[in-house]
Design a protein around this ligand. Sequence first.
Ligand code: SF4
Length: 234
Amino acid sequence: MIAGLQKMTLLDFPGKVACTLFLQGCNWRCPFCHNSGLLSGPAETPMETDAFLRFLETRKGLLDGVCVSGGEPTLHPGLPALLAEIKKLGYAVKLDTNGSRPDVLRTVAENNLVDYVAMDIKNSPAMYAATTGIPDIDLGAVEESIQYLVSSSLPYEFRTTLVHPFHSDNSILEMGKWLSSLVPQKKPEKLFLQGFQDRDTVLFSGLSAPDESVILRWQALLAPYVQDVVIRSR
Ligand code: SF4
């Protein structure tokens, strides 16, 4: 299940010095995915869970958080047990998810196995299938995850990678309206916007990021629907 480990990051877990764990496999095929090698098949150089836990033992006092990313971590039946082991060692856990498994999200949250969630919001409902590469995408599951996070007290962020030609003024506006409509009494707290960055591990070539001026316009379009819309640059 563990496909890779980044031994230290100051960027992935707000306020924490963390490592990032990449779990193999994803149920979606976003054309702009940076981790195309993680989407299907066995991991090229898998890491045993015990070896990872031993690594965490040696990093006590140096790291204080673990980001669990992918792929899509919630697909793994062993996720709750893995998170429990990480928590037992005293680390805070951040979970990255595409929101397709609200049942797992709820389980790990309600068992105090996660301290922070970052969930992708890919696009407007009408553009979700094209943006995830899944024609029969289960939007209901995504909506359930959004509703759960907005309603719960668990710290979270939403994040959208902006990619030409998937995003437009119209899709961004519709995404904002959709996000704010799912829990009418409470606006989503925070949405990060990040421009797509091309790499040689991206699933499809020929994609690009919108210009900075366009991203600023989209930030303004989203402002009425989310408490805080932040442009993230890396
Ligand atoms: S971007 Fe995320 S959700 Fe999309 S295919 Fe890649 S790992 Fe899966």
